[in-house]
Design a protein around this ligand. Structure first.
Ligand code: FAD
Ligand code: SF4
Length: 496
């Protein structure tokens, strides 16, 4: 069998392109190294998910000192979208241009917001994003409304929202890919629970790539899915990929090959295959954002269920005391004792972490990290090495100060970092926002992919996960990955 396309990986990028090509009638084979995530009570058990690592991969990578770590990534049908917080934001219009930062320059993209606009809208429709246009002060231009109304704030969050507004900030309803119908709860897949951000959804109601993209096409006769099968190598003949070799020893052939293993694993696959790397750029410019999770305490009990409904972009491109960009702030999902115990084991006994979690509110702050050729993925044999050099930390420090100010406004005066990402303490295992290892561009000497995400060096190899980002912006990456996969799918269908 020679497939029209083989797609490696079924996450945000791979799942989306698989859906599009399948609906266009292509005969496709999806090869996914993970299986279907089991539906079980433990899906919503914080201790199982965060402390015991029930769904964590059974592998270690090495940092630059050869120290092993278990990467914070997941191998299942649907990829990391099975676990994501489903905050689905567009990059800002200026993110596509060259932007000066404290740590240097964030480079311009070869395409601009106008080239992605239509695909962002389609991505929001496909992933059923719930949001409210016109609230986010830096929202890029869009005439159409979000496909679904914003997820409402619970009273405690509504209170914080109005306090921030009173202080002159412009908090907005965070756009979310959860399938919640607040008007007709009897028809709602989502039950609005307190175990969403970082957990798989037991109610199958999160807009993940498994349920949105893969499940609906599995019944089609032109769609074939191989699970629990890792692609080890791509094999080329005369500037074209001819076949893939899997860890089961089997080989599969196709006219086109679409790699979407996540930015780190895709780079590792190309490096193992010794392909697409004439420029020497594969694996370089790894970015993952400067992220911090902050837990703030108040005297009152926080009885919120679904907490992740506020976003703040007032400091994204700067502030009164900063000409340069600082980044994005959003609420985290409900903080649980088991999460605190995982991050702060000194807070034993259990009742202490449970009490804290009951009185806590969690925030997530994201600043841009900048592409650095020495932040890179390498492979030796089958072993992944991840060398990461933090950049632009000044912006992150300043953003943290802004969050402290916000906490003072909201009455949450005691706070501590759940995971300190500042200075030298960046945990390299935090690869959730991985992008940039096979960037796209016009110049084959400085980029791996062309503007259609085809490898410059090969006629039939495409990469559609987060690898293609030339810069990371400071909003969560999944919507841009999905929009780009829709764009590349259109190109492939139009040119086939
Ligand atoms: C806890 C958590 C919370 C997050 N929250 C958000 C959020 O709120 N908003 C947001 O925008 N982003 C969020 N993210 C990030 C988001 O999930 C990723 O940006 C997105 O899933 C990346 O898509 P991808 O296609 O690049 O890769 P993935 O979704 O990671 O998919 C890659 C797939 O490839 C498979 N694979 C890997 N190697 C091979 C191989 N050799 N052979 C076969 N298959 C292979 C993997 O098993 C996986 O299924 C979060 C991530 C995590 C972990
Ligand atoms: S809030 Fe909704 S989408 Fe999220 S895990 Fe709960 S039921 Fe699923």
């Amino acid at each position: 069998m020679i497939y029209d396309a083989i797609i490696v990986g079924s996450g945000a990028g791979g799942g989306t392109i698989a859906r599009q090509l399948a609906l266009a009638g292509w005969n496709i084979l999806i090869i996914e190294r993970g299986g279907f995530l089991p539906r079980e009570k433990e899906n919503w058990d914080a201790e199982e998910v965060f402390q015991k690592g029930r769904y964590s991969p059974n592998e270690t990578w090495l940092d630059k000192d050869e120290k092993p770590f278990v990467p914070g990534t997941h191998y299942y049908v649907g990829g990391n979208t099975k676990f994501y917080g489903a905050a689905l934001l567009r990059l800002r219009e200026r993110d596509f241009e060259e932007v000066e930062h404290y740590g240097g320059i964030s480079p311009a993209w070869p395409l601009k917001y106008k080239d992605f606009k239509l695909y962002y809208q389609r991505a929001e429709e496909l992933f059923e994003v719930h949001g409210a246009r016109g609230e986010d002060p830096l929202e890029p231009p869009e005439e159409k409304p979000y496909p679904y109304p914003a997820v409402s704030h619970e009273p405690i969050i509504a209170n914080i929202y109005s306090k921030l507004k009173k202080e002159g900030l412009k908090p907005f309803h965070l756009p979310l890919g959860i399938r919640l119908n607040e008007k007709h709860r009897e028809n709602s897949l989502c039950i609005r629970c307190d175990t969403c951000d970082g957990y798989p959804c037991l109610a199958d109601a999160k807009s993940d790539a498994h349920h949105i993209c893969i499940a609906p096409i599995l019944k089609l006769p032109n769609v074939h899915l191989l699970t629990n099968t890792k692609v080890e190598r791509l094999i080329a003949k005369n500037n074209e990929i001819a076949e893939v070799e899997t860890d089961t020893g089997k080989r599969f052939q196709a006219k086109r090959f679409i790699v979407s293993c996540g930015a780190i694993n895709s780079a590792a696959l190309l490096l193992r295959s010794e392909l697409a790397n004439r420029s020497g750029q594969v694996g370089r410019h790894y970015m993952c954002h400067n992220n911090s999770a902050i837990v703030a305490l108040s005297k009152e009990k926080n009885n919120v269920t679904f907490q992740k409904t506020i976003g703040i972009n007032d400091f994204y491109f700067g502030a009164e005391d900063s000409k340069l960009p600082l980044g994005h702030i959003q609420l985290l999902g409900k903080v649980k004792g088991a999460m605190l115990a995982g991050d702060a084991p000194w807070f034993t006994p259990k009742f202490a972490t449970e009490w804290m979690a009951d009185h806590a509110i969690g925030w997530w702050i994201t600043s841009e990290d900048l592409p650095n050729p020495n932040s890179r993925v390498m492979v030796k044999g089958d072993q992944i090495h991840l060398h990461y050099q933090p950049t632009n930390l000044e912006a992150h420090k300043r953003l943290l100060k802004k969050l402290k100010m916000i906490l003072n406004f909201s009455g949450h005066r005691i706070h501590f970092p759940m995971t300190a990402y500042l200075a030298k303490k960046i945990p390299i295992a935090g690869v959730a926002h991985q992008v940039g290892t096979c960037r796209f561009g016009h110049d084959s000497h400085t980029s791996v992919l062309d503007i259609h995400c085809k490898a410059h060096d090969l006629k039939n190899l495409y990469v559609v996960d987060g690898s293609f980002f030339p810069s990371a912006g400071a909003v969560n990456p999944a919507l841009t990955i999905i929009a780009n996969a829709l764009r590349v799918a259109d190109h492939l269908i139009a040119t086939s």
